[in-house]
Write a protein that binds this ligand. Structure first.
Ligand SMILES: [Zn+2]
Length: 212
């Protein structure tokens, strides 16, 4: 087995919360001696249509049931990635994918798994569960992915800048102060804070009142 993960996607196009969970998954899998290939991430409408044509109007097997124009693929919303096992013999081995799923679904990571779907089991597929197992809620709330993507970043809106705390209790200090007007990647907001993703992959907490 190749003892290395192989990331073939542009992670900056993933929802910050998914990107953060991906880092956690990679670390946890490595500890179990499992190495992943990340094969698919964000998909544009054009690319989704190209995949949809496979096995229909183009050669090959059917790989998706989601047409680009319907925005029904979680990949088009940046909330899903696909994996394979980075081992020629195990590539899509069900038992190994199940092991990865157990790790991914654990409470410390909390991803959804396409292998749990009833109608179309998609074992290489992992996604953010917040909006359910389909794109229905996202479509209803945001219409199109571009509107949704605008919510991934917020701007510091206080002149003296804003501290990134290490913990949500604010005990244990802070990482840094982000200057007025700078953008931060927001995973989600809750209580008093926004959980943010720093450029080095760490997570921190900022006062959501001063982010817009
Ligand atoms: Zn997928």
């Amino acid at each position: 087995m190749t003892k290395k993960h192989d990331i073939r996607i542009d992670r900056t196009l993933l929802h910050p919360w998914l990107d953060y969970k991906l880092t956690k998954l990679l670390t946890a899998c490595e500890k179990k001696g499992i190495y992943l290939i990340i094969t698919e991430g964000f998909r544009t409408k054009k690319y989704q249509n190209k995949l949809y044509a496979k096995g229909r109007t183009e050669p090959g097997n059917i790989v998706t049931n989601a047409k680009g124009s319907t925005y029904s693929s979680q990949h088009m919303w940046g909330i899903a990635f696909d994996i394979a096992i980075n081992d020629n013999k195990l590539l899509y081995d069900t038992a190994t994918l199940k092991k990865v799923a157990t790790i991914a679904k654990s409470s410390s990571i909390g991803l959804g798994w396409g292998g749990d779907w009833k109608s179309f089991q998609d074992t290489p597929h992992f996604y953010l569960k917040k909006w359910g197992s389909t794109t229905k809620a996202l479509k209803k709330q945001y219409g199109k992915p571009n509107n949704f993507k605008k919510t991934w970043k917020k701007t510091v809106n206080i002149k003296k800048g804003l501290v990134v705390w290490k913990h949500k209790t604010k005990l244990g200090g802070n990482y840094k102060r982000v200057a007025y007007g700078k953008k931060v990647k927001v995973m989600y907001t809750k209580d008093w804070y926004a959980k943010v993703l720093l450029s080095d992959g760490r997570a921190g907490y900022m006062n959501k009142k001063y982010l817009k």
